[in-house]
Write a protein that binds this ligand. Structure first.
Ligand SMILES: Cc1cc2nc3c(=O)[nH]c(=O)nc-3n(C[C@H](O)[C@H](O)[C@H](O)COP(=O)(O)O)c2cc1C
Length: 203
């Protein structure tokens, strides 16, 4: 049993207030993102893009977009998770290395391309799958940061439209959440959870 991983999951909580003096290096942020992209994704299309707010100027620009939530200026960094609604454009990146390693043939990749492109003709399906997969990487960002000794907060309280406008994000992407990363100023009481009997049905 991987008790360390379980401890990390149980220790994580949403940070109420970040220590304004805590910092994180670019290398540490990159390491967290590198950990997080081990997340699985449909057809391995990796439906995510990270917009990283690390310096003070970037964080200040983010503040009004996040409806004035000061966590984005107090935290050492904030990562906006963007869901890729056109992840079918990632087919070469996802399958090319497998062709090179002769794990699959080029024909197999082209068959996969036809199948995937057909699915992505349905905009709702493309949108929904982007959200599901970007959600998976989001959780990994939080757990990777926690495992590396940082605290986090996921935030849905921001304007996706303003974020796109202010930071020139193309229509290809849908911002799904902000994740602030830093050090907690104090540890809040653990939030309660419903019982397993309330949230599960055994068929
Ligand atoms: C998608 C998402 C959006 C959230 N948005 C905000 C937010 O805008 N502001 C905030 O202070 N907390 C936000 N939270 C934090 C939740 O309130 C918190 O995760 C929840 O109460 C459970 O507590 P815990 O994270 O300590 O386990 C958000 C959490 C998630 C997962």
């Amino acid at each position: 049993m991987d008790t360390k991983m379980l401890e990390t999951m149980h220790r994580r909580n949403g940070t109420k207030e970040f220590d304004k003096n805590a910092t994180i290096t670019q290398e540490e942020l990159e390491a967290i993102l590198n950990d997080s992209i081990t997340a699985p994704s449909s057809f391995n299309l990796q439906h995510w893009h990270f917009l990283v707010f690390h310096n003070d100027e970037a964080k200040q620009k983010l503040l009004p977009v996040a409806f004035g939530q000061e966590k984005v200026t107090d935290a050492a960094a904030t990562v906006a998770i963007l869901a890729d609604k056109e992840a079918n454009h990632n087919i070469d990146a996802a399958f090319g290395p497998l062709v090179e390693q002769e794990v699959i043939t080029k024909d197999m990749m082209e068959n996969m391309r036809s199948t995937i492109n057909k699915i992505y003709e349905n905009e709702k399906a493309a949108h929904d799958t982007a959200l599901v997969n970007a959600g998976l990487v989001s959780m990994q960002v939080m757990l990777a940061a926690e495992a590396r000794g940082y605290d986090t907060l996921a935030m849905g309280g921001f304007s996706g439209d303003k974020l796109k406008e202010e930071f020139n994000i193309s229509e290809r992407y849908e911002p799904i959440m902000l994740i602030s990363i830093g050090k907690e100023a104090w540890t809040p009481t653990k939030t309660p959870r419903m019982g397993i009997d309330q949230v599960s049905t055994w068929v």
